[in-house]
Design a protein around this ligand. Structure first.
Ligand code: NAD
Length: 453
Protein backbone atom coordinates (compact mmCIF):
# COMPACT_ATOMS: atom_id res chain seq x y z
CA UNK A 1 0.00 0.00 0.00
CA UNK A 2 1.33 3.43 -0.90
CA UNK A 3 2.21 6.23 1.44
CA UNK A 4 -0.90 8.29 1.01
CA UNK A 5 0.09 10.88 3.65
CA UNK A 6 3.10 11.92 1.60
CA UNK A 7 1.11 11.81 -1.65
CA UNK A 8 -1.55 14.11 -0.20
CA UNK A 9 0.88 16.56 1.43
CA UNK A 10 2.77 16.84 -1.88
CA UNK A 11 -0.52 17.64 -3.61
CA UNK A 12 -1.30 20.22 -0.98
CA UNK A 13 1.99 21.99 -1.72
CA UNK A 14 1.08 22.16 -5.42
CA UNK A 15 -2.44 23.32 -4.58
CA UNK A 16 -1.08 26.11 -2.38
CA UNK A 17 1.18 27.25 -5.18
CA UNK A 18 -2.06 28.23 -6.94
CA UNK A 19 -1.40 26.16 -10.07
CA UNK A 20 -4.87 24.67 -10.29
CA UNK A 21 -6.70 27.92 -9.61
CA UNK A 22 -6.16 29.70 -12.92
CA UNK A 23 -8.58 29.19 -15.76
CA UNK A 24 -5.70 28.19 -18.08
CA UNK A 25 -4.89 25.09 -16.00
CA UNK A 26 -8.56 24.09 -15.82
CA UNK A 27 -9.07 24.48 -19.57
CA UNK A 28 -5.85 22.58 -20.32
CA UNK A 29 -6.82 19.70 -18.03
CA UNK A 30 -10.38 19.47 -19.32
CA UNK A 31 -9.04 19.47 -22.87
CA UNK A 32 -6.57 16.74 -21.94
CA UNK A 33 -9.35 14.68 -20.39
CA UNK A 34 -11.41 15.02 -23.56
CA UNK A 35 -8.40 13.87 -25.58
CA UNK A 36 -7.88 10.94 -23.21
CA UNK A 37 -11.44 9.80 -23.90
CA UNK A 38 -11.27 10.45 -27.65
CA UNK A 39 -7.95 8.65 -28.10
CA UNK A 40 -8.95 5.67 -25.98
CA UNK A 41 -12.62 5.13 -26.74
CA UNK A 42 -11.99 1.65 -28.14
CA UNK A 43 -9.69 0.62 -25.28
CA UNK A 44 -12.15 1.82 -22.65
CA UNK A 45 -15.08 0.14 -24.41
CA UNK A 46 -13.08 -3.10 -24.53
CA UNK A 47 -12.40 -2.83 -20.80
CA UNK A 48 -16.11 -2.21 -20.16
CA UNK A 49 -16.92 -5.28 -22.22
CA UNK A 50 -14.47 -7.40 -20.22
CA UNK A 51 -15.80 -6.14 -16.89
CA UNK A 52 -19.54 -6.04 -17.59
CA UNK A 53 -20.02 -7.38 -21.12
CA UNK A 54 -21.37 -3.97 -22.00
CA UNK A 55 -22.17 -3.55 -25.68
CA UNK A 56 -20.10 -0.76 -27.18
CA UNK A 57 -23.24 1.17 -28.04
CA UNK A 58 -24.33 1.12 -24.39
CA UNK A 59 -20.79 2.15 -23.40
CA UNK A 60 -20.83 4.92 -26.00
CA UNK A 61 -24.17 6.35 -24.89
CA UNK A 62 -24.02 5.85 -21.15
CA UNK A 63 -20.33 6.08 -20.33
CA UNK A 64 -18.32 7.92 -22.98
CA UNK A 65 -20.79 10.44 -24.44
CA UNK A 66 -22.25 11.65 -21.16
CA UNK A 67 -18.75 12.29 -19.91
CA UNK A 68 -17.59 14.01 -23.09
CA UNK A 69 -20.72 16.19 -23.15
CA UNK A 70 -20.04 17.27 -19.59
CA UNK A 71 -16.45 18.18 -20.46
CA UNK A 72 -17.55 20.21 -23.50
CA UNK A 73 -20.19 21.98 -21.39
CA UNK A 74 -17.55 22.82 -18.76
CA UNK A 75 -15.10 24.07 -21.41
CA UNK A 76 -17.79 26.29 -22.94
CA UNK A 77 -18.92 27.73 -19.63
CA UNK A 78 -15.92 27.70 -17.33
CA UNK A 79 -15.21 31.44 -17.68
CA UNK A 80 -18.79 32.24 -16.78
CA UNK A 81 -18.98 29.76 -13.92
CA UNK A 82 -15.82 31.17 -12.36
CA UNK A 83 -17.07 34.75 -12.45
CA UNK A 84 -17.81 36.14 -9.00
CA UNK A 85 -21.58 36.46 -8.56
CA UNK A 86 -22.60 39.93 -7.44
CA UNK A 87 -25.35 39.92 -4.83
CA UNK A 88 -28.09 42.43 -4.01
CA UNK A 89 -27.10 45.00 -1.42
CA UNK A 90 -29.25 46.76 1.15
CA UNK A 91 -29.08 50.50 1.72
CA UNK A 92 -26.31 50.33 4.28
CA UNK A 93 -24.08 48.37 1.88
CA UNK A 94 -24.84 50.30 -1.30
CA UNK A 95 -21.30 51.64 -1.55
CA UNK A 96 -19.65 48.31 -0.73
CA UNK A 97 -19.04 45.56 -3.19
CA UNK A 98 -20.49 42.19 -2.23
CA UNK A 99 -20.18 38.98 -4.17
CA UNK A 100 -19.80 35.21 -4.03
CA UNK A 101 -16.43 33.88 -5.10
CA UNK A 102 -16.25 30.29 -6.32
CA UNK A 103 -13.10 28.82 -4.85
CA UNK A 104 -11.69 25.30 -5.11
CA UNK A 105 -11.99 23.15 -1.99
CA UNK A 106 -8.38 21.93 -2.23
CA UNK A 107 -7.28 18.31 -2.33
CA UNK A 108 -10.27 16.10 -3.06
CA UNK A 109 -10.95 12.37 -3.16
CA UNK A 110 -13.28 10.65 -5.64
CA UNK A 111 -14.24 7.05 -4.85
CA UNK A 112 -16.10 5.35 -7.70
CA UNK A 113 -18.41 2.35 -8.05
CA UNK A 114 -18.15 -0.47 -10.58
CA UNK A 115 -21.41 -0.33 -12.52
CA UNK A 116 -20.57 2.67 -14.72
CA UNK A 117 -16.87 2.63 -13.95
CA UNK A 118 -15.81 5.17 -16.59
CA UNK A 119 -18.54 7.69 -16.00
CA UNK A 120 -18.45 7.45 -12.20
CA UNK A 121 -14.76 8.35 -12.07
CA UNK A 122 -14.49 10.87 -14.90
CA UNK A 123 -17.70 12.87 -14.35
CA UNK A 124 -16.75 13.86 -10.79
CA UNK A 125 -13.24 14.58 -12.10
CA UNK A 126 -14.72 17.09 -14.56
CA UNK A 127 -16.25 18.94 -11.61
CA UNK A 128 -13.04 18.71 -9.57
CA UNK A 129 -10.96 20.18 -12.40
CA UNK A 130 -13.50 22.80 -13.47
CA UNK A 131 -13.59 24.07 -9.90
CA UNK A 132 -9.76 24.13 -9.69
CA UNK A 133 -9.05 21.25 -7.31
CA UNK A 134 -6.38 18.62 -6.96
CA UNK A 135 -7.94 15.17 -7.04
CA UNK A 136 -7.19 11.58 -6.14
CA UNK A 137 -9.27 9.04 -8.03
CA UNK A 138 -10.07 5.65 -6.49
CA UNK A 139 -11.79 3.55 -9.17
CA UNK A 140 -13.77 0.51 -8.07
CA UNK A 141 -11.62 -2.61 -7.84
CA UNK A 142 -14.59 -4.67 -9.03
CA UNK A 143 -14.40 -3.27 -12.55
CA UNK A 144 -10.75 -4.26 -12.65
CA UNK A 145 -10.12 -3.77 -16.37
CA UNK A 146 -11.41 -0.21 -16.35
CA UNK A 147 -9.53 0.54 -13.10
CA UNK A 148 -6.26 -0.60 -14.70
CA UNK A 149 -6.90 1.56 -17.77
CA UNK A 150 -7.67 4.60 -15.63
CA UNK A 151 -4.43 4.11 -13.72
CA UNK A 152 -2.49 3.79 -16.96
CA UNK A 153 -4.10 6.69 -18.83
CA UNK A 154 -4.42 9.45 -16.24
CA UNK A 155 -0.65 10.02 -15.81
CA UNK A 156 -0.20 9.98 -19.59
CA UNK A 157 -2.65 12.81 -20.22
CA UNK A 158 -3.18 14.77 -17.03
CA UNK A 159 -1.08 16.94 -14.70
CA UNK A 160 0.54 14.18 -12.66
CA UNK A 161 1.15 16.29 -9.60
CA UNK A 162 -2.47 17.36 -9.28
CA UNK A 163 -4.46 14.36 -10.45
CA UNK A 164 -3.55 10.90 -9.24
CA UNK A 165 -5.03 7.44 -9.26
CA UNK A 166 -4.96 4.96 -6.39
CA UNK A 167 -6.05 1.47 -7.31
CA UNK A 168 -7.03 -1.10 -4.74
CA UNK A 169 -9.85 -2.39 -2.63
CA UNK A 170 -11.11 -1.91 0.90
CA UNK A 171 -7.63 -1.68 2.55
CA UNK A 172 -6.52 1.10 0.18
CA UNK A 173 -9.82 3.00 0.47
CA UNK A 174 -9.72 2.63 4.25
CA UNK A 175 -6.16 3.95 4.33
CA UNK A 176 -7.06 6.88 2.08
CA UNK A 177 -10.01 7.73 4.30
CA UNK A 178 -7.77 8.10 7.36
CA UNK A 179 -6.18 11.09 5.61
CA UNK A 180 -7.46 14.64 5.60
CA UNK A 181 -9.17 15.78 2.41
CA UNK A 182 -11.07 18.97 1.63
CA UNK A 183 -13.92 17.05 0.01
CA UNK A 184 -14.77 13.38 -0.40
CA UNK A 185 -17.01 12.42 -3.32
CA UNK A 186 -18.24 8.83 -2.91
CA UNK A 187 -20.41 6.73 -5.21
CA UNK A 188 -21.61 3.35 -3.99
CA UNK A 189 -23.92 1.73 -1.48
CA UNK A 190 -25.44 3.33 1.58
CA UNK A 191 -23.65 1.04 4.09
CA UNK A 192 -20.16 1.99 2.91
CA UNK A 193 -21.35 5.60 2.71
CA UNK A 194 -21.69 5.53 6.48
CA UNK A 195 -18.06 4.43 6.79
CA UNK A 196 -16.99 7.21 4.42
CA UNK A 197 -18.99 9.83 6.28
CA UNK A 198 -17.72 8.69 9.67
CA UNK A 199 -14.12 8.90 8.44
CA UNK A 200 -14.75 12.35 6.98
CA UNK A 201 -16.37 13.51 10.23
CA UNK A 202 -13.01 13.22 11.98
CA UNK A 203 -11.80 16.27 10.04
CA UNK A 204 -15.23 17.79 9.38
CA UNK A 205 -14.56 17.11 5.71
CA UNK A 206 -17.64 17.70 3.57
CA UNK A 207 -18.92 14.74 1.60
CA UNK A 208 -20.97 14.20 -1.53
CA UNK A 209 -22.62 10.81 -1.37
CA UNK A 210 -24.09 9.33 -4.54
CA UNK A 211 -25.95 6.24 -3.35
CA UNK A 212 -28.75 3.95 -4.46
CA UNK A 213 -31.99 2.48 -3.19
CA UNK A 214 -35.20 0.97 -4.46
CA UNK A 215 -36.43 3.33 -7.17
CA UNK A 216 -40.18 2.72 -7.59
CA UNK A 217 -42.33 2.76 -10.71
CA UNK A 218 -46.05 3.42 -10.71
CA UNK A 219 -48.01 2.48 -13.82
CA UNK A 220 -51.43 4.01 -14.05
CA UNK A 221 -54.33 2.07 -15.55
CA UNK A 222 -54.72 4.43 -18.51
CA UNK A 223 -51.08 4.27 -19.66
CA UNK A 224 -50.29 2.77 -23.08
CA UNK A 225 -48.69 -0.51 -22.00
CA UNK A 226 -46.77 -1.10 -25.21
CA UNK A 227 -44.90 2.19 -24.88
CA UNK A 228 -44.55 1.73 -21.11
CA UNK A 229 -43.06 -1.74 -21.54
CA UNK A 230 -40.39 -0.56 -23.96
CA UNK A 231 -39.34 2.48 -21.92
CA UNK A 232 -39.47 0.55 -18.66
CA UNK A 233 -37.56 -2.52 -19.84
CA UNK A 234 -34.81 -0.51 -21.49
CA UNK A 235 -34.13 1.27 -18.18
CA UNK A 236 -34.48 -1.92 -16.18
CA UNK A 237 -32.33 -4.27 -18.25
CA UNK A 238 -29.57 -2.03 -19.60
CA UNK A 239 -26.29 -3.01 -17.93
CA UNK A 240 -28.20 -6.13 -16.75
CA UNK A 241 -30.11 -4.04 -14.23
CA UNK A 242 -26.96 -2.74 -12.53
CA UNK A 243 -27.86 0.93 -12.77
CA UNK A 244 -28.27 3.10 -9.68
CA UNK A 245 -31.37 4.81 -11.09
CA UNK A 246 -32.78 1.63 -12.66
CA UNK A 247 -36.48 1.14 -12.00
CA UNK A 248 -36.33 -1.27 -9.07
CA UNK A 249 -39.92 -2.44 -8.60
CA UNK A 250 -43.24 -1.80 -10.31
CA UNK A 251 -46.59 -1.00 -8.72
CA UNK A 252 -49.77 -1.26 -10.76
CA UNK A 253 -53.28 -2.73 -10.67
CA UNK A 254 -53.74 -6.52 -11.08
CA UNK A 255 -55.17 -5.92 -14.60
CA UNK A 256 -52.20 -3.79 -15.62
CA UNK A 257 -49.87 -6.47 -14.26
CA UNK A 258 -51.42 -9.05 -16.65
CA UNK A 259 -51.14 -6.71 -19.64
CA UNK A 260 -47.59 -5.73 -18.73
CA UNK A 261 -46.38 -9.33 -18.41
CA UNK A 262 -47.73 -10.13 -21.88
CA UNK A 263 -46.08 -7.06 -23.39
CA UNK A 264 -42.79 -7.76 -21.58
CA UNK A 265 -42.51 -11.05 -23.46
CA UNK A 266 -42.88 -9.27 -26.82
CA UNK A 267 -40.53 -6.43 -25.97
CA UNK A 268 -37.82 -8.74 -24.64
CA UNK A 269 -37.92 -10.64 -27.95
CA UNK A 270 -37.69 -7.33 -29.78
CA UNK A 271 -34.69 -6.24 -27.67
CA UNK A 272 -32.75 -9.47 -27.13
CA UNK A 273 -34.21 -12.11 -29.49
CA UNK A 274 -35.48 -15.54 -28.43
CA UNK A 275 -32.63 -16.09 -25.98
CA UNK A 276 -31.17 -13.02 -24.25
CA UNK A 277 -28.13 -15.10 -23.29
CA UNK A 278 -26.95 -15.11 -26.88
CA UNK A 279 -27.71 -11.42 -27.45
CA UNK A 280 -24.68 -9.13 -27.50
CA UNK A 281 -26.94 -6.31 -26.29
CA UNK A 282 -27.44 -7.95 -22.89
CA UNK A 283 -24.84 -7.72 -20.10
CA UNK A 284 -23.66 -9.91 -17.25
CA UNK A 285 -23.49 -9.62 -13.47
CA UNK A 286 -20.23 -8.03 -12.33
CA UNK A 287 -18.96 -10.90 -10.15
CA UNK A 288 -19.78 -14.15 -8.37
CA UNK A 289 -20.83 -12.46 -5.13
CA UNK A 290 -23.36 -10.21 -6.82
CA UNK A 291 -24.53 -13.12 -9.01
CA UNK A 292 -25.34 -15.17 -5.88
CA UNK A 293 -26.95 -12.17 -4.20
CA UNK A 294 -29.28 -11.41 -7.13
CA UNK A 295 -30.11 -15.09 -7.67
CA UNK A 296 -31.11 -15.39 -4.01
CA UNK A 297 -33.55 -12.49 -4.39
CA UNK A 298 -35.71 -14.74 -6.60
CA UNK A 299 -36.26 -17.19 -3.72
CA UNK A 300 -39.92 -17.58 -2.83
CA UNK A 301 -41.05 -15.32 -5.68
CA UNK A 302 -43.28 -16.28 -8.63
CA UNK A 303 -41.41 -15.98 -11.91
CA UNK A 304 -43.64 -14.66 -14.69
CA UNK A 305 -40.91 -14.15 -17.30
CA UNK A 306 -37.27 -15.29 -17.43
CA UNK A 307 -35.72 -16.74 -14.29
CA UNK A 308 -32.93 -18.64 -16.06
CA UNK A 309 -29.43 -18.35 -14.65
CA UNK A 310 -26.00 -19.58 -15.73
CA UNK A 311 -23.44 -19.37 -12.96
CA UNK A 312 -20.46 -20.00 -15.24
CA UNK A 313 -21.33 -16.94 -17.32
CA UNK A 314 -22.75 -14.90 -14.44
CA UNK A 315 -25.88 -14.67 -16.59
CA UNK A 316 -29.28 -13.90 -15.14
CA UNK A 317 -32.10 -13.61 -17.67
CA UNK A 318 -34.30 -10.51 -17.80
CA UNK A 319 -36.83 -11.61 -15.20
CA UNK A 320 -40.24 -10.45 -14.04
CA UNK A 321 -41.54 -11.55 -10.64
CA UNK A 322 -45.31 -11.28 -10.29
CA UNK A 323 -47.62 -10.65 -7.32
CA UNK A 324 -44.73 -9.82 -5.03
CA UNK A 325 -45.46 -9.06 -1.41
CA UNK A 326 -43.80 -6.21 0.43
CA UNK A 327 -42.33 -8.80 2.79
CA UNK A 328 -40.59 -10.78 0.00
CA UNK A 329 -36.80 -10.64 0.13
CA UNK A 330 -36.71 -9.02 -3.30
CA UNK A 331 -38.56 -6.08 -1.75
CA UNK A 332 -36.12 -5.75 1.17
CA UNK A 333 -33.04 -4.44 -0.65
CA UNK A 334 -32.06 -2.70 -3.87
CA UNK A 335 -32.25 -5.37 -6.60
CA UNK A 336 -29.31 -4.03 -8.63
CA UNK A 337 -29.76 -6.80 -11.17
CA UNK A 338 -32.20 -7.87 -13.91
CA UNK A 339 -35.18 -8.81 -11.71
CA UNK A 340 -38.34 -6.74 -11.89
CA UNK A 341 -40.75 -7.41 -9.04
CA UNK A 342 -44.35 -6.31 -9.54
CA UNK A 343 -46.49 -5.40 -6.52
CA UNK A 344 -50.17 -4.98 -7.26
CA UNK A 345 -51.93 -2.00 -5.69
CA UNK A 346 -55.50 -0.68 -5.65
CA UNK A 347 -54.60 2.80 -6.81
CA UNK A 348 -51.89 5.44 -6.79
CA UNK A 349 -52.60 6.36 -3.18
CA UNK A 350 -51.62 2.89 -2.05
CA UNK A 351 -48.45 3.19 -4.16
CA UNK A 352 -47.76 6.56 -2.55
CA UNK A 353 -47.96 5.04 0.93
CA UNK A 354 -45.67 2.17 -0.03
CA UNK A 355 -43.09 4.67 -1.30
CA UNK A 356 -43.35 6.79 1.83
CA UNK A 357 -43.04 3.79 4.15
CA UNK A 358 -39.55 3.19 2.73
CA UNK A 359 -36.28 5.09 2.47
CA UNK A 360 -36.32 8.00 0.03
CA UNK A 361 -35.30 6.56 -3.35
CA UNK A 362 -32.71 7.88 -5.80
CA UNK A 363 -35.24 8.02 -8.62
CA UNK A 364 -38.97 7.60 -9.07
CA UNK A 365 -40.94 6.86 -12.22
CA UNK A 366 -44.60 7.47 -13.01
CA UNK A 367 -46.33 6.26 -16.17
CA UNK A 368 -49.63 8.10 -16.48
CA UNK A 369 -51.61 10.54 -18.58
CA UNK A 370 -53.61 11.67 -15.59
CA UNK A 371 -52.44 15.05 -14.33
CA UNK A 372 -54.04 14.50 -10.91
CA UNK A 373 -52.26 11.18 -10.40
CA UNK A 374 -48.95 12.71 -11.43
CA UNK A 375 -49.51 15.69 -9.11
CA UNK A 376 -50.49 13.52 -6.12
CA UNK A 377 -47.43 11.30 -6.48
CA UNK A 378 -45.10 14.23 -7.14
CA UNK A 379 -46.31 16.29 -4.21
CA UNK A 380 -46.82 13.39 -1.82
CA UNK A 381 -43.35 11.79 -2.05
CA UNK A 382 -39.65 12.61 -2.14
CA UNK A 383 -36.85 11.20 -4.31
CA UNK A 384 -33.54 12.27 -5.83
CA UNK A 385 -35.18 12.63 -9.23
CA UNK A 386 -38.63 12.12 -10.72
CA UNK A 387 -39.32 11.16 -14.32
CA UNK A 388 -42.78 10.96 -15.81
CA UNK A 389 -43.43 8.51 -18.66
CA UNK A 390 -39.90 7.19 -19.17
CA UNK A 391 -36.99 5.77 -17.17
CA UNK A 392 -33.30 6.63 -16.61
CA UNK A 393 -33.00 9.37 -19.27
CA UNK A 394 -33.30 12.20 -16.75
CA UNK A 395 -29.66 11.50 -15.89
CA UNK A 396 -28.60 12.42 -19.43
CA UNK A 397 -29.77 16.02 -19.15
CA UNK A 398 -26.86 17.81 -17.55
CA UNK A 399 -28.87 20.92 -16.72
CA UNK A 400 -30.65 18.80 -14.09
CA UNK A 401 -28.84 17.98 -10.83
CA UNK A 402 -28.05 14.32 -10.28
CA UNK A 403 -28.13 13.13 -6.69
CA UNK A 404 -30.14 11.51 -3.96
CA UNK A 405 -31.99 12.56 -0.84
CA UNK A 406 -31.98 10.91 2.58
CA UNK A 407 -30.75 7.34 2.29
CA UNK A 408 -30.09 7.72 -1.46
CA UNK A 409 -27.44 10.35 -0.94
CA UNK A 410 -26.53 13.97 -0.36
CA UNK A 411 -25.22 16.61 -2.72
CA UNK A 412 -25.60 16.58 -6.48
CA UNK A 413 -23.53 16.86 -9.63
CA UNK A 414 -23.53 16.84 -13.47
CA UNK A 415 -22.96 19.97 -15.54
CA UNK A 416 -22.80 23.19 -13.54
CA UNK A 417 -23.84 21.27 -10.42
CA UNK A 418 -20.49 19.43 -10.52
CA UNK A 419 -18.66 22.77 -10.54
CA UNK A 420 -20.78 23.84 -7.56
CA UNK A 421 -20.22 20.56 -5.70
CA UNK A 422 -16.44 21.02 -5.85
CA UNK A 423 -16.49 24.77 -5.11
CA UNK A 424 -16.58 26.66 -1.87
CA UNK A 425 -18.88 29.64 -2.15
CA UNK A 426 -16.92 32.27 -0.33
CA UNK A 427 -18.83 35.35 0.76
CA UNK A 428 -16.77 38.45 0.01
CA UNK A 429 -17.48 42.04 0.92
CA UNK A 430 -15.09 44.83 0.04
CA UNK A 431 -15.39 48.23 1.69
CA UNK A 432 -13.34 51.39 1.55
CA UNK A 433 -11.82 52.96 4.62
CA UNK A 434 -13.84 56.10 3.93
CA UNK A 435 -17.39 57.01 5.02
CA UNK A 436 -16.61 56.24 8.66
CA UNK A 437 -19.54 58.39 9.78
CA UNK A 438 -21.92 55.68 8.59
CA UNK A 439 -20.47 53.31 11.17
CA UNK A 440 -20.79 55.62 14.17
CA UNK A 441 -24.19 54.24 15.04
CA UNK A 442 -23.00 50.69 15.65
CA UNK A 443 -20.12 51.53 17.99
CA UNK A 444 -20.40 51.70 21.79
CA UNK A 445 -21.41 53.33 23.95
CA UNK A 446 -24.82 51.86 23.11
CA UNK A 447 -27.59 54.28 23.88
CA UNK A 448 -31.37 54.33 23.61
CA UNK A 449 -31.05 57.20 21.18
CA UNK A 450 -28.88 55.18 18.82
CA UNK A 451 -31.28 52.23 19.14
CA UNK A 452 -34.29 54.32 18.20
CA UNK A 453 -32.60 55.74 15.12
P1 NAD B 1 -18.35 -0.86 -4.97
O1 NAD B 1 -18.36 -2.19 -4.34
O2 NAD B 1 -17.53 -0.62 -6.19
O3 NAD B 1 -17.96 0.18 -3.85
C1 NAD B 1 -17.80 1.55 -4.13
C2 NAD B 1 -16.44 1.99 -3.62
O4 NAD B 1 -16.38 1.85 -2.21
C3 NAD B 1 -15.29 1.19 -4.21
O5 NAD B 1 -14.33 2.10 -4.72
C4 NAD B 1 -14.78 0.38 -3.03
O6 NAD B 1 -13.38 0.22 -3.06
C5 NAD B 1 -15.19 1.22 -1.84
N1 NAD B 1 -15.45 0.38 -0.66
C6 NAD B 1 -16.15 -0.77 -0.62
N2 NAD B 1 -16.22 -1.24 0.65
C7 NAD B 1 -15.55 -0.35 1.42
C8 NAD B 1 -15.27 -0.26 2.82
N3 NAD B 1 -15.71 -1.19 3.68
N4 NAD B 1 -14.58 0.81 3.26
C9 NAD B 1 -14.14 1.75 2.40
N5 NAD B 1 -14.37 1.71 1.07
C10 NAD B 1 -15.05 0.69 0.58
O7 NAD B 1 -19.81 -0.41 -5.38
P2 NAD B 1 -21.20 -0.77 -4.71
O8 NAD B 1 -21.31 -0.15 -3.37
O9 NAD B 1 -21.50 -2.23 -4.88
O10 NAD B 1 -22.09 0.04 -5.76
C11 NAD B 1 -23.41 -0.24 -5.94
C12 NAD B 1 -24.24 0.76 -5.18
O11 NAD B 1 -23.90 2.05 -5.63
C13 NAD B 1 -25.70 0.61 -5.45
O12 NAD B 1 -26.41 0.87 -4.29
C14 NAD B 1 -25.97 1.69 -6.49
O13 NAD B 1 -27.30 2.11 -6.52
C15 NAD B 1 -25.05 2.75 -6.03
N6 NAD B 1 -24.69 3.64 -7.12
C16 NAD B 1 -25.05 4.94 -7.04
C17 NAD B 1 -24.76 5.80 -8.07
C18 NAD B 1 -25.14 7.24 -8.02
O14 NAD B 1 -24.63 8.00 -8.82
N7 NAD B 1 -26.01 7.66 -7.12
C19 NAD B 1 -24.07 5.32 -9.18
C20 NAD B 1 -23.70 4.01 -9.21
C21 NAD B 1 -24.00 3.17 -8.17
Amino acid sequence: MGNFGKMISDMRVVFRSGRTKGVEWRVAQLTALLKLLDDNTDNLCDALYKDLRKHKMESAIMEMNVTKNDIVLALNNIHNWMKPAQVDRDLINKTNSAYVRYEPMGVTLVVGAWNYPVQLIFLPLVGAIAAGNCCILKPSEMAANVATMVEELIPKYMDQECIKVVNGGIPETTALLTERFDLVFYTGNSSVARIVMAAAAKYLTPVVLELGGKSPVYIDTGADIEVVARRLLWGKYCNAGQTCIAPDYVMCSPETQEKLIEKVKDVLKEFFGENPKTSDSYGRIINERHFQRVKKLMEGATVAVGGEVDEGEKYIAPTVLRDCKLTDIVMQEEVFGPLMPIVTVRDHNEALNIINDREKPLAMYIFSNDKDVIRDLKEGTSSGSLLVNDTVVQAGLCTLPFGGVGNSGMGAYHGKFSFDAFSHKRAVMEKSLGMEAVNALRYPPYTDKKLSW
